[in-house]
Design a protein around this ligand. Structure first.
Ligand code: GLN
Length: 306
């Protein structure tokens, strides 16, 4: 397959839609981003890279980082993680509180905010508050293999100022005993994690271990076991787009994770990882043009887990 050709065609296809959707505006740092931005990058298992648009421009990863913290939490405490989080799609918005009351403070899955706060809590237990921020940044940098990764302190600070709902979720889970550390500490780490920045190129590179059975194919380093890689992909497929996860599976057919910064990373197991960035969001908080681009990409390449 000629991925240069394919990415060119994807970019042509979404061009008329570029700029559509609504940029996240709950914090100024995200609201200021130009909705006309579009970038996409493919990194294959052999290490070949293909890009279109602004694929080297860093953007706020936001919820895409939930895959990184889940990977780290599973490596920390293993299967016992699943006593503290489910693995079913929620059918509710990413920041919803409603299921937590009925389900005794056990989040539906680790890719909504509540579940991601459990991953973060595991990391605070292991590394401490400041240590956890450092450990997440370091792990992301290792995965990105030299591509720039940073935490935008301005984004982290604004997340905190407006994070009343995340604070409610954290406190609520703590009341059920499902958060082991002070909610303030967990939120501090979570907000810094959300503020991680990478480009499409960096993100696709970083997630390559999930396309290669848990081993980074370029460094040869094992990140997770083969079974764990399969399971993380399964959760991304079923839960990676909140209450639009079914729709993403229907249209794209690949495990993927979105964030309100407008990024999406998708995995073609055994083949490649692909990242796309376009800041305008659907009402569910997923990149509108990014999803269209991945749908076109999947149909042109024939890549699908089905
Ligand atoms: N920082 C955002 C939040 O917690 C991330 C959500 C997202 O990307 N969907 O609300």
């Amino acid at each position: 397959l000629d991925y240069n050709e394919i990415l060119w065609e994807v970019a042509q296809t979404v061009e008329p839609q570029r700029g559509s959707g609504k940029v996240a505006n709950y914090i100024p740092a995200l609201a200021e981003v130009d909705p006309m931005n579009f970038g996409m990058a493919v990194v294959t298992r052999a290490g070949d890279r293909f890009t279109t648009g602004r694929a080297d421009r860093p953007f706020s990863l936001q919820s895409v980082t939930k895959v990184i913290s889940l990977t780290m939490a599973l490596e920390s405490i293993g299967e016992s993680f699943w006593k503290r989080s489910g693995r079913e799609p929620s059918g509710d918005p990413f920041n919803s509180l409603v299921q937590l009351e009925h389900e005794n403070g056990i989040p539906r899955n680790p890719l909504i905010n509540a579940g991601a706060l459990i991953s973060t809590d595991v990391l605070v237990s292991r590394y401490g508050r400041d240590g956890a921020v450092e450990a997440i940044l370091q792990f992301a940098q290792e995965l990105a293999d030299g591509e720039p990764v940073r935490i935008d302190p301005r984004v982290a600070a604004s997340e905190r100022e407006t994070g009343f709902r995340n604070a409610a979720v954290a406190n609520f889970m703590r009341s059920f005993g499902n958060l082991h550390n002070p909610p303030d500490d967990v939120l501090h780490v979570y907000f810094h994690q959300c503020a991680l920045e990478m480009s499409c190129q960096g993100l696709a590179r970083a997630m390559l271990y999930l396309a290669n059975g848990g081993v980074d194919p370029i460094t040869g380093r094992r990140i997770v076991s083969e079974r764990r890689a399969r399971r993380i992909n399964a959760i991304m497929l079923t839960c990676g787009h909140y209450d639009a996860s079914g729709d993403f599976a229907f249209h794209v057919g690949l495990p993927g994770k979105s964030g309100v910064g407008g990024g999406i990373v998708a995995i073609a197991p055994g083949q490649l990882s692909v990242a796309v960035w376009s800041p305008g969001l659907s009402p569910q908080g997923n990149s509108l043009v990014g999803t269209m681009a991945l749908e076109k990409f999947a149909s042109l390449t024939g890549l699908s887990v089905f």
